[in-house]
Design a protein around this ligand. Structure first.
Ligand code: NAI
Ligand code: MG
Length: 477
């Protein structure tokens, strides 16, 4: 029997969208001085949501100056226990406004409300709670008896987890006594601006956090600004490499969280139905717009056919459509540019000889969509096995022995995540030691927790975010 779901749309009435948004500098929303404006759209409908200010270099300069003043005069000298009070307050207001933030995130990003409501927003609050707890204990964090803040952090974030990446960046920086100039991504600026309202509501001293919206040029101005002591960047490997080149020799500190091509490795003794859920969560979560996605499935040859068959059956039950519908599993692709990239790489998969299977689901007429897709007969040299697709596309490869699985998993310029599915504990420990990945999940995938460090090897970047480790990037030790 095939159960149908009646639509269960979340109301968007809770979001009070303004027609236009300014920059958040020194505690106030202000018009850009030398900037311009851009529009942010709902990728599920192509409707324009709001016009947002694009900060020019003089605006970035104002923001850095405000952050520098706040660091010297209020936030830096404040005791850790006092700073913690503000961060706890921010975390609580995030919880109070969680429904509004979830709806706004789904509108601006295209992700299903089920994810923004159950993952992005509660995790964002959890990061603030977690780092609030560290603010008065920094001397016990293992970085020496008197760790000091480093100054103004320039923090550039991507569009795949807009609010959550803001929380990952801001919470440890502020707990450690730094101030910030945050640059959200140009397709998803809105929740960072509501976060700025929350900072006002929490009474955070002016200048402690400044939000400069805009595209790459705004980010570049922030990177180049001499008043910034540290850059934290999450985004594409190309832009990350450019930033690293530019900062070389300047004395500015840098952490990079870039792309990935994570291997999700399934052994024949794995609990298969759980593994299927883990594979789905690994690559179809957030439309595959996940740097640590399990985009390469390495499955033991003996069960490969069965796994692919079960996977196809499961994918046909995923519901694609309106991100605000509580039943939706797969939302919209964030932008036409990203859709084009996914489409181009999928076409390359076919051209290079892999076998494409696409879930037979109807795509909405408007907006940007890509159906869940699986490639089999993939060889390690195919572009779809090497390049980050950042979409709902899984490349399936097979292996026979654990050694071969490790070799294939590590055969990538990236090194962000990996997953292992097996009943055998000793194999999990052995594999985890061999895999060149910053995060290795065992019998689960895409799990995040503020206490756990996250970050990569090689072209996935360097530095850790989350946990005690995440403080180090924001402390002079
Ligand atoms: P991107 O690297 O251009 O954008 C990330 C952030 O960097 C945005 O805020 C953007 O405005 C800013 N930015 C762009 N150019 C800059 C520059 N020269 N200096 C300073 N900041 C700059 O990434 P994009 O174009 O949105 O996505 C391209 C690909 O990157 C994706 O298809 C995906 O493969 C990867 N990506 C990885 C992410 C991750 O979580 N590691 C997140 C987003 C994208
Ligand atoms: Mg948008």
């Amino acid at each position: 029997m095939n159960w149908e779901y009646a639509p269960a749309p979340e109301s968007r009435a809770i979001v009070d969208l303004q027609p236009s948004y300014g920059l958040f500098i020194d505690g106030e929303f202000v018009d850009p001085g030398d900037g311009s404006a851009f529009k942010t759209v709902n990728p599920a409908t192509e409707e324009v949501l709001a016009e947002v200010a694009a900060a020019g270099p003089a605006d970035v300069d104002r923001a850095v100056e405000a952050a520098r003043r706040a660091q010297h005069e209020t936030w830096g000298p404040m005791s850790g226990a006092e700073r913690a009070k503000y961060l706890f307050r921010v975390a609580r207001i995030l919880q109070e406004r969680s429904r509004e933030l979830a709806v706004l995130e789904s509108l601006d990003n295209g992700k299903p409300i089920r994810e923004s409501r159950d993952i992005d927003v509660p995790l964002s609050a959890a990061y603030f709670f977690y780092y609030a707890g560290w603010a008065d204990k920094l001397e016990y964090a293992g970085f020496g008896p008197s760790p000091q803040p480093i100054g103004v952090a320039g923090q550039i974030i991507p569009w795949n987890f807009p609010l959550l990446m803001a929380a990952w960046k801001l919470a440890p920086a502020l707990a450690a006594g730094n101030t910030s100039v945050l640059k959200p991504a140009e397709t998803t600026p809105l929740t960072a601006l509501v976060l700025a309202e929350i900072f006002q509501e929490a009474g955070l001293p002016p200048g402690v956090v400044n939000v400069v919206t805009g595209a790459g040029a705004t980010g570049a101005a922030l990177v180049a600004h001499p008043g910034v002591a540290k850059i934290a960047f999450t985004g594409s490997t190309d832009v990350g490499k450019g930033i690293q080149r530019e900062l070389a020799g300047t004395g500015k500190r840098l952490t990079l969280e870039l792309g990935g091509k994570g291997a999700n490795i399934v052994f024949e003794d794995a609990p298969l139905d759980q593994a299927i859920e883990g594979i789905v969560n690994g690559i179809y979560f957030n439309q595959g717009h996940v740097c640590c996605a399990g985009s390469r499935l390495l499955v033991q040859e003996s069960i490969a056919e069965l796994v692919v068959e079960k996977l196809k059956a499961r994918l046909q039950t995923l519901r694609l459509g309106d991100p605000l519908d509580k039943n939706t599993d797969i939302g919209a692709i964030n932008s036409p540019v990203q859709l084009e990239k996914i489409t181009e790489l999928a076409a390359a998969g076919v051209a290079e000889g892999a076998e494409r299977w696409t879930s037979p689901c109807a795509l909405p007429e408007h907006g940007f969509w890509f159906p869940p897709t699986i490639f089999t007969d993939v060889s390690p040299s195919h572009r779809i096995a090497r390049e980050e697709i950042f979409g709902p596309v899984l490349s399936v490869l097979t292996f026979r022995t654990p050694e071969e699985a490790v070799m294939k998993a590590n055969n990538t310029p990236y090194g962000l995540s990996a997953g292992i599915w097996t009943e055998k504990g000793s194999r999990i420990l052995w594999m985890a030691q061999q895999l060149r990945a910053g995060v290795v999940w065992a019998n689960t995938f895409n799990r995040f927790d503020p206490t756990s460090p996250f970050g990569g090897y090689r072209e996935s970047g360097f530095g850790r975010e989350g946990g005690r480790h995440g403080l180090e990037a924001y402390l002079d030790v």
